[in-house]
Unconditional design. Sequence first.
Length: 389
Amino acid sequence: MPILLSVSSLASISAFSQDAGNRRDSPPPEIRHLSDSRNRAEAVREFKNRSETRRKAAIEKAKAKGFPIRGQRDGRFFELSDLDEDGRPVYLTTLNKQAAISSGASQIRNTGIYQLNGSGWTVGVWDGGSIRTTHQEFGARVTSLDGASVSSHATHVAGTIGASGVTTNAQGMAPSVTIDSYDWNSDLSEMAARAAASANIAGSLVLSNHSYGYITGWDSNRYYGRYPDREDERFGSYDSNAASIDALCVNAPYYLPFIAAGNDRTDTAPTSGATFEYYSGGNWVSKAYDPNTDPYDDGWDNGGFDTIEGYGVAKNVVTIGAVNDAVAGSTRVPANGTMTTFSSWGPTDDGRIKPDLVANGYSLYSSDSGSNSQYSYKSGTSMATPSAM
């Protein structure tokens, strides 16, 4: 595993209390230790039924109301996932806004006695679509397991993890690792099917990457929180998503998911008088923005505290924030790894420090999906997370 920069050196902590009464969504399914095949099958079934039932209801409502089911906005892919208990649509989104040197992976992956290059290991990548398995950086090391459409974002993430180095500057952290690719629909049931509950179980996963999260707070001119609350209550909340992935990890103790912290710290409200939309009574409603009464910027609290949501709030995952490249020339300089402007911060509502670790998430060069030889630069905690894994 690469050497990472400590988040405690990058930001001070502001404390909040958690009000359990504010938790408004349904509890997660009860699952038992996944070393028992019957327990595993039950967990897979419960998570799958829960996900598919909720997504089906959300899609039916979206079609009736004319809401988008999936699309692209500002270079990010989004897809309808659920409805909250107020009937608001809940969307998943990708979290994209010289990493091997920053993290120290270049010192151990193919060097001397270490040879920690991923050979013999398989990791899972859940994302907004499938990795381009035929890209020249992967050879035969990537398998798409659920038939999803090829994704630029997923291919870039996978390259950061495991590109072989056909193009030297795009070599991944573990250039010999094998990668199994899934899209984000039914992610918990698929994770439950593969998560390592004990050592040396064939076909199980010990690590996975999740560079996505829920659209929360402001996104362009639309407010996804509960209006007229001035802050989206989902930021920092230990909700059923966090509880579900925690329950999975507790019952698969050899499995560790890496979760992107999000990029909400610089998501701003509209200017005074500009038109925005909020959800009310089953529809999106337009009004002129009033800074005195309408929701704050997502990062309003002392520069952006309390802006992590969903899986990133969980206790048994590794939540990854994004810092700038800790490199000068071709030399590792940790002092250069300063916090990016966009990366979301904790603490959680119950006072825990988040993110857990940080890694380079600014302007990473990696494989892309346009062709078998395409590459691109991307930024975001989406890019930091595979750098850390």
